[in-house]
Design a protein around this ligand. Structure first.
Ligand SMILES: [Zn+2]
Ligand SMILES: [Zn+2]
Length: 333
């Protein structure tokens, strides 16, 4: 079968490999759509820590069951969303249902080979029927689930004022699910083109230069109930904490390799709740699928770029260097 292999940073090629071998409890999936993630661009550029090459990328996946392998719920032909996280189910985090932050979590397409291939095999528990949503939209569930998870982590309540810093795909996911949770949502980003796109999607959005202006101050008042970071920028992650109100919360969705530094009096005075938010669980995938079914997420506006499987070795490098106007690129297999 065909697969797209990243042999080393900067080297992406269509290759011929053996189809994966089925094992008990696992299901064979024909991949139909692949979302390209920021992580994939990082892997291609060689900016991902601890990544071993060669690697078949791809963790935002939808497909069709080819061989259910005697499974309990799925049948050949079923359309599925793939949950790409392989937890151990035995560590303390897994035992309390937090499989998203398993001590030894493996993500397909990152820690082991993923779904930029014609077929993959996955445990049946990682496959969710995609009834009622298109297979294209099904490939967008995973990245949106990361935003949905962060909102669930934040314990946001209807009427809360939320600030989302960073309006890449993950930040926009946070913004949509904060809105669905009933919050009044404000978005901040450094890039003017992303501010424009965010406003087109219906959000109140500000550029960095506008944060000293009266319009932002009027929205911020004495601080936001919940602030989310989705930037991956150490400067933003340090600074955005100061946008929280007393008694508020700060949820870190983006990840960086480095140390964050906050003034303790600011944390203490607010009795601030600071949370990490990592990946997502089945509950979040289900919430995203329900929200897409009920038309609450404009997936058509988020899928800004499209390509075909054979063209990925040409298009992915191009988008690595020019992401203007790009929210999510979707590959048709
Ligand atoms: Zn991703
Ligand atoms: Zn575990």
């Amino acid at each position: 079968m065909k697969a797209i292999s990243c042999a080393a940073p900067g080297r992406l090629a269509l290759v011929e490999i053996d189809p994966p071998v089925l094992r008990p409890g696992w299901v064979r999936i024909g991949i139909r759509y692949i979302g390209i993630c920021g992580t994939d661009y990082h892997i291609f550029e060689g900016n991902h820590p601890f990544l071993e090459y060669p690697r078949i990328m791809g963790h935002e996946l939808s497909g069709v069951v080819l061989d259910a392998n005697g499974g309990a719920t799925l049948e050949a032909g079923d359309a599925v969303v793939v949950n790409p996280y392989l937890p151990c189910y035995a560590c303390p985090a897994c035992r309390e249902g937090k499989t998203n932050c398993c001590e030894t979590l493996k993500v397909i397409g990152v820690h082991c080979d993923g779904g930029m291939a014609e077929e993959i095999v996955m445990p049946e528990a990682n496959l969710y029927p995609a009834a009622g949503i298109s297979l294209r939209d099904a490939a967008m569930v995973e990245f949106l689930a990361i935003g949905a998870h962060a909102v669930r982590r934040s314990e946001l309540k209807p009427g809360d004022r939320a600030l989302v810093v960073g309006s890449g795909p993950i930040g926009l996911g946070v913004a949509f699910f904060a809105g669905i949770a009933g919050a009044d949502v404000t978005v901040v980003d450094a890039a003017p083109d992303k501010i424009a796109v965010t406003r087109d999607l219906g959000f109140r959005a500000f550029g960095l230069a506008e944060l000293d202006g009266d319009a932002f101050k009027a929205v911020k008042r004495s601080g936001f109930d919940a602030v989310f970071d989705a930037t991956g920028s150490i400067r933003a992650m340090n600074a955005s904490l100061l946008h929280t109100r007393s008694g508020g919360s700060y949820t870190l969705v983006g990840v960086i390799k480095g140390d964050l530094v906050w003034p303790d009096p600011e944390v203490h005075r607010r009795e601030l709740t600071i949370r990490g938010s990592r990946n997502a669980t089945k509950e979040d995938f289900d919430h995203v699928m329900d929200s897409i079914r009920s038309g609450q997420v404009p997936t058509g506006s988020l899928a800004t770029h499209a390509t075909t499987f054979d063209r990925v070795p040409a298009d992915l490098p191009a988008w690595t260097h020019n992401r203007e106007g790009l929210i999510k690129a979707i590959v048709t297999v």
